[in-house]
Design a protein around this ligand. Structure first.
Ligand code: NAD
Ligand code: WQD
Length: 338
């Protein structure tokens, strides 16, 4: 059975992917420094699967400690989730983002080369497209970045493209996620933001559970069907499945490949609120606020390339995503904190 190293495996997408990997009988090693996650997520994945996860608590920027993982294990592939992801924070403390996201990745690639581990899936983001010329967004669209977080993703993509040209033995999957929401249907693992959430759905669920008073909807004058922004929300379990399919692709010796992981459907903020109200069974108080700097009106994927080449097709509907987001929040009003 193959062994997969998952950096950032205790995080939101990482924990769901670790669960999916264990269910598919992969051996999993997690590296995480818990800067934005909890050990309880991994304990719950172990509980759900009845399997043990080998954990290294370390910072991927610490190359000496990180090298131990490669010395002590025979790794077949890496899924590289580790990174900081808060767009607003990245504007205020850009060096923290460049340092963490770039150094960790460069260390990882050096170690993979040294220990002859030739397969990697990298967590990129739809943010690399900036404001697209049209929707749906295809993988060959021009890339435009408007914030330091997004720039770290684009720089890493560029590093991977440069690296791939001179290291043809490497198989590299650049996966551009759209807007992951939802949680495992068990309600045991989910998204656990620090402080007040920046993202729409965690904000709504915290309003619904009574931790926040009301949602501010950022802008109702966009040129969209109801004036609010359109996004491609994808269930985190669908995203996890996308990583399993990406591994199959890597093991077929694909070289460098790039895929959107989205559903191909766009929903407005008001449609998401409506779906959440249905899941929660009561109205979500909200009011319109000015536009948020940096938001684009419309963003949704063309899922065709991932479907054709990976066999990836999102299964969960917006209704499923709303139900599972709420199930997680209501069972864990304080996330992983007791
Ligand atoms: P997350 O913060 O929940 O998970 C990231 C994990 O990486 C955390 O467990 C954190 O503790 C760990 N980590 C961060 N820096 C580290 C370091 N230097 N060494 C070791 N561990 C480190 O985030 P997520 O939502 O699960 O996102 C996973 C990846 O996907 C990130 O790279 C993120 O940028 C990318 N992504 C996320 C989204 C999203 O909306 N959630 C969208 C597109 C791309
Ligand atoms: C969705 C919509 C907001 C909060 C972000 C990152 C992106 C990627 C995914 C990592 C927008 C509106 C939100 C609120 C609101 N992450 N909104 N009130 O901005 O599409 O993408 O997460 O790579 O890089 O930028 O997601 O959930 O923040 O916003 O009205 O309190 O909800 O304006 O239209 P976004 P989001």
């Amino acid at each position: 059975m193959k062994t997969i190293l998952v950096t950032g495996g205790a995080g939101y997408i990482g924990s769901h992917t670790v669960l999916a990997l264990l269910e598919k009988k992969y051996e999993v090693i997690v590296v995480d420094n818990f800067v934005n996650s909890s050990k309880k997520a991994l304990a719950r994945v172990e509980k759900l699967t009845g399997k043990k996860i080998k954990l290294y608590e370390l910072d991927c920027c610490d190359k000496v400690k990180f090298s131990q993982v490669f010395k002590e294990n025979k790794i077949d592939a890496v899924i590289h989730f580790a990174g900081l992801k808060a767009v607003g924070e990245s504007v205020n403390v850009p060096l923290k983002y460049y340092e963490n996201n770039l150094f960790s990745t460069i260390n990882l690639l050096n170690l993979m080369q040294e220990y002859k581990v030739y397969n990697i899936a990298f967590s990129s983001s739809a943010t690399v497209y900036g404001e697209p010329k049209s929707v749906p967004i295809y993988e060959d669209f021009e890339l435009h970045i408007s914030n330091p977080y997004g720039r770290t993703k684009l720089i890493i993509e560029d590093i991977l493209r440069d690296f791939s040209k001179v290291n043809p033995e490497f198989n590299i999957a650049i996966l551009r996620y759209f807007n992951p929401i939802g949680a495992h249907p068990s309600g045991l693992i989910g998204e656990n933001p620090n402080g007040i959430p920046n993202n729409l759905v965690p904000y709504i669920t915290q309003v619904a559970v009574g931790k926040l008073k009301e949602l501010g909807v950022f802008g109702n004058d966009y040129p969209t069907k109801d004036g609010t922004c359109i996004r491609d929300y994808i269930h985190v379990c669908d995203l996890a499945e996308g990583h399993i399919l990406a591994l199959n692709k890597l093991f077929s010796k694909c070289g460098l490949v790039t895929y959107n992981l989205g559903t191909g459907k766009g929903y407005s903020v008001l449609e998401v609120i409506k779906a959440m109200e249905k899941a929660v069974g009561k109205p979500i108080p909200y009011s319109f606020k000015p536009r948020r700097a940096g938001d684009i009106p419309e963003c949704y994927a063309s899922p065709v390339k991932a479907e054709t080449e990976l066999g990836f097709k999102a299964k969960y509907s917006l209704e499923d995503m709303a139900r599972d987001s709420w199930n997680w929040q209501k069972n864990n009003p304080n996330g992983y904190d007791e």
